[in-house]
Design a binder for this molecule. Structure first.
Ligand SMILES: [Zn+2]
Length: 196
């Protein structure tokens, strides 16, 4: 079960928001990994624990959770296409937004609304990994409605999406330790070659 995937090296959480970190688990399309990091419902739950998705710790995957994985992957695909479009200054496709909306509607339909400490939250009965998909769907819509939509960017080197929280909106890379550093090295090498 979860023990078998605990050693999996997940991608870094550089998105600055759960929805974007979730999108960034789709590294097959543009990166050098040949296999998805979310290959089973167990792996999806393990990633949620790693990413500290609310409810992830107490959630135990049960048999027949394949539909949860299918829902998670279709939500991720729709979110990924939408976030990449937004980052590129384009309008997301209606079809993708409809997928997100449908998951959001299902999430709210099964939730109990509560307000605590001045914060509204949606709670679900624990026990099913489906609540993790719902949590991601709700947080995704919160992100898109929260006024930070114009801060969603995509790393030009690896395609990861992230929130640019800098004051002057100058963040360019998913991470300075990774793609930012690679670019610095590339520029340095080019400069040296030109100086010869
Ligand atoms: Zn990057």
């Amino acid at each position: 079960m979860l023990g078998s995937v605990e050693s999996e090296r997940w991608g870094r959480l550089v998105g600055g928001h759960l929805a974007l970190d979730f999108v960034n688990t789709d590294i097959v399309s543009e990166h050098d990994r040949s296999e998805d990091v979310l290959r089973s419902a167990d792996e999806f739950v393990a990633w949620c624990v790693y990413a500290a998705v609310p409810g992830a710790v107490s959630t135990v995957p049960t048999g027949g959770a394949d539909d949860v994985l299918a829902d998670a992957l279709s939500l991720r695909e729709a979110l990924r296409a939408s976030m990449r479009a937004i980052a590129a200054g384009e309008t997301p496709k209606e079809r993708d937004l409809a997928t997100v909306q449908a998951m959001y509607a299902r999430a709210l339909g099964s939730a109990t609304m509560s307000i605590s400490g001045g914060v509204l939250s949606w709670r679900w009965a624990p026990g099913s990994p489906a609540i993790l998909v719902w949590e991601i769907a709700v947080q995704s819509v919160d992100l898109l409605r929260g006024g930070s939509i114009d801060r969603i960017k995509a790393c030009p080197a690896c395609g990861f999406v992230f929130i640019d929280a800098t004051k002057n909106r100058s963040r360019r890379w998913c991470s300075m330790d990774d793609c930012g550093k690679q670019e610095k090295i590339r520029r340095y090498v080019t400069k040296r070659a030109q100086a010869r």
